[in-house]
Design a protein around this ligand. Structure first.
Ligand code: HEM
Length: 124
């Protein structure tokens, strides 16, 4: 298995991740019913976010914490939701890629998740 190399890899990874999340019994409904996401719009934004987070490309300007605060106003995001999200991302990455960037992505996802939860008032 090879490492994550570019935005295309990230887009394919996000497709695989979201296909798992949307079918998930614990958090699937947040994507399909609460946010009712249009994946053709959403997945490219996620690829841009990760491309910038991992390869410092610039090109992602949205406020990710604020987006999840707004989501949390519609449906409370619990520590259990975050744990499930992290688990599904980690297992999707591990099934497709291996290497330094893949490890960095898992670490970064955990860090952003902790920041979000702190800002949502968990662990305070
Ligand atoms: C409980 C865990 C989480 C759930 C249920 C969740 C769900 C969602 C949903 C439904 C959206 C779309 C919001 C909208 O456009 O209306 C979204 C956007 C996004 N999420 Fe999460 N999320 C979670 C955690 C995280 C974490 C830990 C990260 C860390 C990297 C993350 C990164 C993003 C990004 C980058 C976007 C796209 C923002 C944009 O439109 O530019 N999410 N999330």
């Amino acid at each position: 298995m090879r490492d994550i190399e570019n935005r295309d890899d990230l887009l394919h990874l996000m497709e695989a991740f979201y296909s798992r999340m949307m079918q998930d019994e614990q958090i699937g409904y947040i994507f399909t019913e609460v946010a009712q996401l249009d994946l053709s719009h959403h997945l490219p934004l996620l690829a841009d976010f990760w491309n910038n987070a991992l390869f410092h490309t610039g090109g992602y300007k949205n406020n990710v914490v604020q987006i999840h605060k707004d989501l949390n106003d519609k449906e409370t995001l619990t520590p259990a939701h975050f744990e499930r999200w992290q688990y599904l991302l980690k297992t999707t990455i591990d099934d497709h890629f291996q290497g330094e960037v893949a490890e960095k992505m898992k670490l970064r996802a955990t860090q952003v998740g902790m920041t979000m939860q702190a800002k949502l008032g968990h662990y305070s």
